[in-house]
Structure formats: C-alpha cells, structure tokens
Design a protein around this ligand. Structure first.
Ligand code: DGY
Length: 326
C-alpha cells in the first residue's frame, strides 16, 4: 500500500501529479487555509504532510496524528512549526532554503528602492490626478547608490542583498548577525560587522532578514527606531513580528524615519491600520519569493523531500534531521 499524504493547500498540479506517483494523495486544492480542526481531521491517518508557512503545526496536532512521519514545507521559514514537538515525536521536518534566495533578495532590494525613491506614493498621487506640474522637490527621496546599506541578519538572503548593494550599487555594507561572516566572505563585499546599535545609527537603508524566533520577536522597537537617521528607510522581508509595528507607524507618521517597505506583517493577512493610513510606507502581501520559477522550485523541493522521507531516500533540506538521527 502507498503511504498517505496530505497536501494542505493549492499548489502546481504537476507537483501533485509527481506526488501521486508515490503516494495516496489527499489534495486540499484551495487557497483559503484549513482551520486547525480541519487540518487535524484530514491529517489524522496520514504519513506525510506537504505544507507552507501558514499552517500551524502544533504539538496538539502532532499528537493527534500518530502515523505522521514527515512534515515538508515549501517555505524556508518554519516559525509556524513546533520543531521540538516534531523531534520528540520522531517527525522529520524539512524546509525549502536556497531555491528562493536570489528571488527574495531581488524583491527585498526592489522594496527598499521603492521606499527610498517613493515609487508607490508617487504612483498613487499620479493616479489620483494630483499631478499638475513638474517641481524640483516633487517626491524627492533618498539615493541608493553610494549610500550605507545596513543588513540585520546575514544568512543566505542577507548576503544576496549585500551582493546587490555592494557590487551593483556601490553601497557600503554593514551588517549585524549573531555570527560574523568569515574574512573571505566579507572581503568581496567590503562588508563590516557592527553592533546592532551601530547598524541602526549608521544605515541609510536598513533591510531586515532575520529568522523569526522568540528571541527576534520585536527585535526592532521604539528605542531602536529612535537610533535611526530621520532620512533612513527600513525594509522588512523577514516576518512581521520582528518589528513593533505600532512603534514603526509612530516613527513614520512623525517623520522620525523617512520611509518603510514591508512585505510581512504581524497579523497577516490583516495589516495594522496605522500602517495603512501612511503614505510613506510601501506595503506588499508577503510575495518576496513569488516569482513563478521560484514558487515552482519551492514546491518541487518540498515534494522531493516528502518522497525521500517516506520512501527511504536522502532528504535534501532537513530542519531536525540531526536531532532525529541522534
Ligand atoms: C518563506 O519561504 O519563508 C517565505 O517567507 C514565504 O512564506
């Protein structure tokens, strides 16, 4: 008998077809997320789960699914999963790093540029019919080239953004991360490790790319924003909960920060109304990795992992593989 798997959301049909070659597949072919109760009911007799970053994989859910052997995410972030509970119950967790790095970095850079050069704000102005004359200071923003790029979180995506800034736009790259890059990694980018305080006070453009964990919850609060230059921008492509959104809205509203670009939100898909009310923030619906080729690659990597996990193959990107093997 084939192992049973649940695909918990709408994905590319050819990826589903690949999984059907190996498994008895239940496909929830909807964009509306399953409620926790629906997910638990559908997963109760399954050996594997194909999921994203939106399904909550809790200890309670895992306890109710005794057959479950593998949870394979198509996202790199796995803050929606209780990793310790997976490990304790012998459930393998995989995510989808690498395949989205360059696409996500492209988008982070675009969002930063849109905030700095006031692209959304000026487009809305034009569409409203408010453009009556050319002016010297019309939507004059901040330069990107030659400015200081501050990166909070220097993993794969942070480094890909640093490459764009240093090599493409002549930016000076400073970063803060728990661990420093090696001198060989820093040198080609001219990247300099600095304290979080120095990062905030020196950056002309701050890009946040840290993983969301209990330690990074509200890593950026009012006192951190107060260290930033009034002319600076803040771009968040990590998770909404890394930034205190009320404090950010306050700083943007009072002109203590020039602009922000946000792709992620603490209560998404609900967006803080204080942010919605501001002109100087570019808001996008969590789409940094959403190019068609990349979303396909993310789905295929999750499928490869699920096939390997349930058929005795070599899993490519395990989150808790080492702990399970121990
Ligand atoms: C990820 O892969 O974690 C992206 O944020 C998409 O959810």
């Amino acid at each position: 008998m084939k192992p049973k798997v649940l695909i918990a959301r709408r994905i590319f049909p050819d990826v589903v077809a690949r999984l059907r070659e190996h498994f008895e597949v239940e496909w929830y072919d909807e964009n509306e997320p399953l409620t926790p109760a629906q997910l638990q009911r559908r997963l109760a007799d399954k050996h594997g789960l194909f999921a994203s970053g939106t399904e909550q994989i809790t200890a309670e859910l895992l306890d109710a699914c005794p057959e479950l052997k593998a949870v394979c995410l198509m996202t790199v972030g796995y803050n929606n999963v209780d990793v310790a509970a997976c490990t304790a119950l012998g459930v393998l967790l995989t995510n989808a790093p690498d395949v989205l790095t360059e696409t996500t970095a492209d988008f982070g850079f675009a969002l930063m540029m849109a905030a700095a050069r006031r692209i959304s704000e000026s487009e809305h102005f034009l569409r409203r019919g408010d453009w009556t004359q050319w002016r010297v200071d019309l939507f004059a923003g901040a330069d990107i080239h030659g400015s200081t790029l501050g990166i909070l979180g220097m993993g794969r995506i942070g480094q890909a953004i640093a490459r764009r800034g240093a090599l493409g736009f002549g930016m000076q790259v400073i970063y803060h991360n728990r661990s420093r890059l090696s001198p060989e990694q820093e040198a080609p980018l001219g990247a300099q490790w600095v304290s979080k305080q120095e990062l905030l006070s020196r950056a002309d453009h701050l890009v946040i790319v840290v993983p969301y964990t209990p330690e990074s919850h509200h890593l950026i609060q009012a006192q951190d924003l107060a260290l930033m230059k009034r002319s600076a921008t803040l771009t968040n492509i990590a998770r909404g909960g890394v930034v205190d959104e009320d404090a950010l809205a306050q700083a943007l509203g009072e002109g203590r920060l020039a602009a922000a670009g946000l792709d992620v939100f603490e209560g998404e898909p609900t967006v803080n109304p204080r942010l919605l009310a501001l002109n100087n923030v570019v808001l996008t619906p969590h789409i940094a990795s959403a190019s068609v080729p990349t979303r396909r690659a993310m789905c295929n990597l999750a499928a490869d992992n699920l096939i390997a996990a349930l058929t005795g193959g070599q899993v490519l990107t395990a989150v808790n593989g080492r702990e399970l093997a121990a």
